[in-house]
Design a protein around this ligand. Sequence first.
Ligand code: NAP
Length: 296
Amino acid sequence: MNILITGSNGQLGNQMRLLGATSSHHYIYTDVSMPEGVCTQKLDITDLDEVRAIMRDGKVDVVVNCAAYTNVEKAEDDFATADLINHTAAANLAKACAEVGATLIHVSTDYVFQGDSCLPCTEEQPTDPIGAYGRTKLAGEKAIAEAGCNYIILRTAWLYSSFGNNFVKTMRRLTSERDRLNVVFDQVGTPTYAGDLADVIFKIVEEGMYKDHPGVYHFSNEGVCSWYDFAVEICKLSGNTCDIRPCHSDEFPSKVKRPHFSVLDKTKLKETFGVGVPYWKDSLEKCIEELKRKQD
Ligand SMILES: NC(=O)c1ccc[n+]([C@@H]2O[C@H](COP(=O)([O-])OP(=O)(O)OC[C@H]3O[C@@H](n4cnc5c(N)ncnc54)[C@H](OP(=O)(O)O)[C@@H]3O)[C@@H](O)[C@H]2O)c1
């Protein structure tokens, strides 16, 4: 089986790379850029001809789309680029998959919801994004559903890993540099270790479960916390002693409106694929140990 990974230099893409190395199947790692020392083939998913060529030449059976425009702030000012990558390019992949009978496993976001409920969001709940990033990701989901390919869309949230830039790395640095820090407590969700999401995708691919269970699924780690709680745990596990105080979102003026409550209900995924979901604090500990090892 040939599996094409897009955006393989990103957080999730790197985690897929680690798992793919343990497989007997053939994984093709691609990204829009090719940093030195990283084994990646160039593929810009906004270019439909490039996508078609690699699908054909690589005899691709499954595409795992880890590529995205993930800068939520910048998406407000540059909707066109965010839409090109999150919507048009997702449509390209779906179109190319439909043409050759391949499956698309695509990753989406909790930002497709308004985030004003106080109950975990199920897959059936109406979508209603409140910002540009969420609108482009929702448009990508819709384009995939309309393209006629076999697909799985996995919506996730608050993604972090030992790769790239993310909240965990920022908080580790800030809590080591500063004596005091204010972090918002009025946005609640669930962090997701990209390694855990990659494990689920890998299982779905390797065990061929994508064939019989197309559709939309939710995945984050287990449990619920605010960004404040998350920061306190990062500080503690990092061995730092910063005085972190809870504050309201309006202390950090931003053009991005963020969901206040965006907890994803993972029942459908757990029941369909028979996977367990690690508790967020356990996965955070794993990631921080990994970061410490990388620093040594
Ligand atoms: N990060 C989060 O908190 C979060 C939350 C919810 C959902 N998600 C979703 O989870 C998925 C994985 O996110 P992530 O955090 O792993 O993303 P990431 O670290 O930002 O990685 C995305 C990768 O895609 C590449 N890329 C951008 N444009 C491309 C193009 N035209 N063609 C091919 N590759 C391109 C990026 O390259 P450059 O860096 O060179 O642009 C980057 O290597 C995404 O679908 C994202 O929307 C993320």
